[in-house]
Design a protein around this ligand. Structure first.
Ligand code: HEC
Ligand code: HEC
Length: 461
């Protein structure tokens, strides 16, 4: 194993940061079918999750989520890019801000976001619930561009995406599931004939994964912030200052998009996103392989092609832009667990949380710090620059003005953001033994899917 080989075993975060420091930006080839240690490792991640309170359908979803044999070639599971120790992020361990697929030379173009706290994400709407300046903003849906309306629709996509799990058709994917060690469980949940029709079997696969994603494993509400909201812990002075700066309109104004209800004792009111789409005008990332081509620009929402009803596998064609006012807009992500989900932003540009926050503070006052040659919004063609938000604080500053936040204020906000990591142990209680950052589920799933029916009807959700 040379210095730059992908770290697969324990202490991953540490190894990643050491390697990052050594300039190892390209990952080694993806694991192959015979790569037993990786398979065992992914299994061990699954085993660290308390499965006792999962229903059979949810447990089946867990098996599918952690199965490295469902990619082409084998070796890549959902969990490879959505690692439970990193709040279900991880980019298959690359260090370039975007994920490596099942083939050793195929990279995606976006950072894998956390898939926690998605159970209540609304469907995509061009005129969503969020109003600004008398206009209703687009909001909702899954993916950075909101193209999947439900977790079920979303779950079918990675299996067939050529830069992710790369299966060529539904039948070959289902054949793999039918050969898996959990195939008997699958039949028990979805019926004896559930493998007979690939399309309905795929619906069952997606419904199982979505059911797992709606469990408490993915929304434990067990961060220090949640304990404070429930009156069971207290912020430090710095964390409290950070929360204020996060909320105050003339300071961070973060809460305008990253919704928090600090007056409520119910943490579910604070999902740290309003699901709205916005253009932040992020700098272009030079480490994304596709960006070597200046003609490649990720336009986000205006290239969104709804996947609902799309015939799988999806053809990857560049759609035509029908609504130019939505070019450059991406979905506001939750900030829960943000301390452990680096890198940040849709293009995985920032490796540290402090940089992500500092960008907000100085994008407009010190553009040279962020953009090559100081050219603002250099990841968007000029004709779309008007879409970038330059009025909403913290984005209302002009060059040469004071930064929106001082260095100390940035530190305070970062300190507050660190309280959003799940698995907090309040003072005076026993330390949990589980090694994951995810608190094991203790009570029934708060967001249950519809009861299992078999055989699956194609439009059961
Ligand atoms: C090769 C890495 C990779 C694999 C494998 C992968 N994902 Fe992802 N996932 C991503 C990336 C990158 C995105 C963001 C893509 C986008 O927005 O266009 C994403 C987005 C998502 C989202 C949307 C989050 C949101 O914003 O609402 C969910 C849910 C998700 N993945 C679940 C899964 C499931 C389930 C599997 C397995 C069937 C899977 N992923 C396999 C990389 C991966
Ligand atoms: C006008 C709405 C808006 C405001 C105000 C706002 N954000 Fe964001 N935030 C977004 C959007 C949209 C993204 C995703 C942008 C992208 O990747 O293109 C984002 C992304 C982030 C990310 C990266 C998340 C990830 O998973 O990669 C962090 C961290 C963050 N914001 C923190 C903050 C902080 C701290 C503040 C206040 C100083 C703030 N935001 C203010 C809309 C906003």
């Amino acid at each position: 194993m040379n210095q730059c080989t992908r770290p697969r075993l324990a202490k991953l975060a540490l190894v990643v940061s050491v390697l990052a420091g050594m300039g190892c930006l390209l990952p080694a080839p993806s694991p192959q079918a015979q790569d037993i240690p990786h398979e065992q490792f992914v299994r061990s991640l699954a085993d660290a999750i308390d499965q006792a309170s999962l229903t059979p359908r949810e447990r089946l979803g867990l098996h599918l989520f952690f199965d490295v044999n469902l990619s082409e070639p084998a070796g890549l599971a959902c969990a490879s890019c959505h690692d439970p120790r990193r709040a279900f992020t991880g980019n298959n361990n690359t260090l370039i801000g975007v994920a490596l697929g099942s083939r050793s030379d195929q990279f995606g173009t976006r950072d894998a976001p956390t898939i926690m706290y998605l159970a209540t994400t609304p469907r995509f709407s061009r005129h969503g619930i969020v109003e600004q300046d008398g206009k209703r903003l687009p909001a909702g849906g899954h993916f950075w561009d909101g193209r999947a309306d439900t977790l079920e629709e979303q779950a079918k996509q990675p299996f067939f995406n050529p830069v992710e799990m790369n299966n060529t058709d539904t039948a070959s994917l289902i054949a793999k599931v039918a050969k898996s060690v959990y195939a008997a469980e699958f039949r028990k949940v979805w019926g004896d004939k559930s493998f007979n029709h690939p399309e309905t079997a795929l619906d069952a696969v997606a419904a199982s994964i979505a059911a797992f994603e709606r469990t408490r494993v993915f929304q434990p509400f067990s961060s220090k912030f949640d304990y404070v909201m429930r009156g069971q812990a207290a912020f430090t002075e710095q964390e409290q200052r950070g929360l204020s700066l996060f909320n105050i309109r003339q300071k961070g104004n973060c809460a305008q998009c990253h919704t928090v209800d600090a007056a409520s004792r119910d943490p579910q009111k604070s999902l740290f996103t309003d699901f709205s789409f916005r253009a932040l005008g992020l700098p272009r990332s030079t480490r994304i392989p596709n960006n070597a081509d200046p003609a490649f620009i990720d336009l986000g929402l205006c290239e969104r092609v709804p996947v609902a009803g799309a015939k799988l596998p999806v053809a990857v064609t560049k759609p035509t832009v029908t609504d130019p006012a939505t070019c450059g807009l991406f979905k506001t992500p939750t900030l829960r667990n943000i301390a452990i989900t680096a890198p940040y932003m849709h293009n995985g540009l920032f490796d540290t949380l402090r940089d992500a926050v500092a960008f907000y503070a100085t994008r407009d006052t010190d553009p040279a710090r962020w953009y090559a040659e100081g050219k603002r919004f250099n990841d968007l063609s000029e004709k779309y620059h008007a879409n970038v938000d330059v009025d909403t604080p913290p984005y209302q500053r002009r060059p040469q003005q004071r930064a929106q936040l001082t260095d100390a204020e940035i530190d305070d906000i970062v300190a507050f953001l660190y309280t959003l990591t799940d698995g907090y142990t309040p003072p005076g209680s026993m330390r949990p033994t589980a090694e994951t950052t995810v608190t094991p589920p203790q009570s029934p799933n708060p967001y249950p899917s519809q009861p299992a029916s078999s055989p699956v009807s194609p439009r059961e959700y």
